[in-house]
Design a protein around this ligand. Structure first.
Ligand SMILES: [Zn+2]
Length: 261
């Protein structure tokens, strides 16, 4: 979405009122804060500099065509928020690409705890692989609820059984029940799970193999799948016992905390 259209819907993250353009900034008439506009991208944050995307973030390009396909048809042409848009291939005039990190196609930068939009702005909000990276998903979802129009639709895709990823701060994977709880202020149309389990299997295998030293990897790749299963049934994990700590962390079955008051 271009800046002229974006300004119509932006709101001060503190006061939620419309902001006014003044030279290279946006001005909040309520609190007087000036938000920078850099290369046409408003930085709707009260303090600090939003980090630029790099490395693995830029290597993953989200297939943007999924947004119109996944949203219910009657919402596809309305004002759409791509929440945690990440690295997109192209822009669309009716879609706002929002993120906390600067990507080449980001339209507006802000924080999930205080979205930089006026109340009841969006016909549809789409988020894929973003909510699990937020430290307070309940606060973030309350903000998503605030900026959704009455009768508007949201579509959230959240990690469930996915390895830990260190590229960003990775907080909360969710079950279907967890996601239902998180979105309890919305009327559910469909709450479901993703059928791409074989993809997860490939992902886990890739992490295991990357986490092995060359001899262990050679031993693992020399085994048939049947041999592997037979050995594991006897609790003999062979080369898979020799994976790195990074791989163990990525695939850890559970985490723990011990502390005191
Ligand atoms: Zn303000």
């Amino acid at each position: 979405m271009d800046l002229d259209r974006l300004v119509e819907i932006l709101g001060c993250p503190t006061c939620r009122v419309r902001v006014e353009p003044i030279r290279d900034a946006l001005f909040c008439p309520e609190c007087g804060h000036r938000y920078r506009v850099e290369d046409g991208v408003p930085w709707m944050i009260v303090q600090g500099t939003p980090p630029a995307a790099k490395g693995e973030d830029l290597a993953v390009e989200k297939p943007y065509v999924r947004i119109p396909r996944d949203l219910p048809e009657e919402f596809r042409d309305g004002i759409v928020l791509d929440y945690g848009a990440g690295n997109q291939k192209q822009k669309y005039p009716h879609v706002v690409q929002f993120d906390t990190v600067r990507f080449p196609t980001t339209d507006v930068l802000g924080t999930p705890d205080a979205l930089p939009f006026q109340d009841s702005t969006f016909d549809a909000i789409y988020s894929s692989s973003a909510i699990e990276y937020l430290p307070d998903p309940f606060l973030a979802t309350a903000e998503i609820h605030r900026v959704t129009k009455p009768g508007g639709v949201i579509l959230l895709r959240v990690a469930f059984m996915q390895p830990f990823r260190s590229v960003r701060e990775h907080y909360f994977n969710m079950t279907v029940e967890g996601l239902r709880r998180l979105t309890r202020d919305f009327h559910p149309l469909q709450v479901s799970w993703d059928p791409t389990a074989p993809h997860l299997f490939r992902w886990v295998l890739a992490i295991l193999l990357q986490g092995m030293d060359p001899p262990a990897r050679k031993e693992a790749l020399g085994m048939t799948f049947g041999e592997l299963v037979a050995r594991m049934e006897k609790n003999d994990y062979g080369p898979f016992e020799k994976i790195s700590d990074d791989a163990r962390k990525a695939l850890s079955p559970c985490v723990f905390f011990c502390g005191y008051k």
